[in-house]
Design a protein around this ligand. Structure first.
Ligand code: SAM
Length: 331
């Protein structure tokens, strides 16, 4: 398999924290199951692309300083100076990556400029996934961005103009993320998830993940629950318009307690009409950042008790039951 980090960065930042290439390689080589992974230089490729010459040079020396000579590692590590948009596909071809799983990480923050055609080529490849990030200022700096570039990234003017026209600043980023999700869908990814990463201090970061596989979808969601919140970091679903950010607690440890984000999202789904619990579960799985199908029945039980959901069908509350919102109270 191949991991492509197309906006790799310098490998280490001024405050000393490791950049993504160092972090990824460290996590892989020191993974508790590393013995069972059968790592080999022909099976596992890590490709890092960085455009800036000084950062590229720094990245190479940082990797060698931390892990030793790259040619002695049990996996193949390629560090290239280049352009993410132009060089990603040629380097994947050169390394013989096609036909085996690829994870593409496009963490540019400010300069989201990778053509949708690159995403579409990765989407067509077996078991492949992409993650694209949008930095905190990306959504407010639209006027600086070039319309022709946006056309290549989003697949055409008609697709992104409605987001550019969104005047409410707290909805603009949601509109752009939704536009990018739709673009990844058109590129061929069956599932697309969106996240807002909320740090304890500083500005949020936005991620869109595309995958074609159920297993990939579940793995990404599981990972969301493992986000380390010791630093106060958490993920928030962009659909969440309430104040509460879902906590990283074991939600169902405490009977009768539901995370406010789950209640808000289930309510949003039911505002569109009555459906089975199973359909709510499917929606939670494919449309929300972290919630799984199994959360639907648990939410329905608790929400029925407090009167925020009604069961429309007869019999016991199960996945087959039809549920809806209570009729509005008339005065
Ligand atoms: C947000 S930083 C990457 C951070 C990195 N993923 C990490 O977590 O440490 C973006 C990097 O992409 C580089 N860059 C900007 N445009 C690029 C392009 N078109 N192709 C490749 N690299 C680019 C910048 O020089 C910068 O180092």
């Amino acid at each position: 398999m191949t991991l492509l980090d197309a906006f790799a960065g310098p490998g280490r930042y001024e405050a000393g924290e490791p950049g993504s290439p160092v972090f990824i390689l460290d996590r892989l080589l020191n993974h508790h199951a590393v013995e069972r992974m059968n790592l080999s230089r022909s099976r596992v490729h890590l490709v890092f692309i960085e455009r800036d010459p000084a950062r590229h040079e720094h990245l190479v020396s940082e990797l060698v300083a931390v892990f030793g000579p790259l040619e002695d590692l049990p996996v193949r590590v390629e560090v290239r100076r280049g352009e993410a948009g132009k060089d990603s596909l040629p380097v994947l071809t050169e390394l013989g990556a096609w036909g085996n799983p690829i994870l593409g990480i496009f963490d540019s923050w400010g300069s989201v400029n990778v053509p949708l055609k690159v995403m579409a080529r990765i989407a067509r490849n077996r078991s492949s996934e992409v993650i694209t990030t949008f930095g905190p200022n990306w959504f407010s700096r639209r006027e600086e961005l070039n319309a022709d570039l946006l056309d290549t990234v989003f697949g055409g003017r008609g697709f992104w103009m409605p987001a550019a026209d969104e005047a409410r600043s707290d909805e603009r980023w949601r509109a752009w993320l939704g536009t990018y999700r739709n673009a990844l869908k058109r590129a061929g990814f069956g599932y697309q998830l969106q996240f807002q990463l909320v740090p304890r201090t500083g500005q949020p970061l936005y991620l869109v993940f595309g995958t074609g596989s159920d297993a990939g979808l579940r793995a990404m969601k599981d990972a969301m629950w493992k986000v380390d919140d010791r630093d106060g970091e958490s993920f928030r679903d962009p659909r969440n318009r309430g104040g509460a950010v879902a906590g990283q607690i074991d939600l169902f440890q405490m009977e009768e307690t539901l995370d406010p984000e789950l209640v808000e999202l289930v309510t949003q789904r039911l505002e569109r009409g009555d459906v089975t619990v199973e359909a709510v579960g499917r929606w939670l799985l494919t449309e929300t950042s972290r919630w799984m199908s199994t959360h639907a029945l648990k939410a329905a039980r608790v929400m029925r008790q407090d009167g925020s959901l009604v069961v429309q069908s007869a019999g016991k509350l199960t996945n087959k039951s039809v549920v809806g919102l209570p009729a509005p109270v008339r005065s």
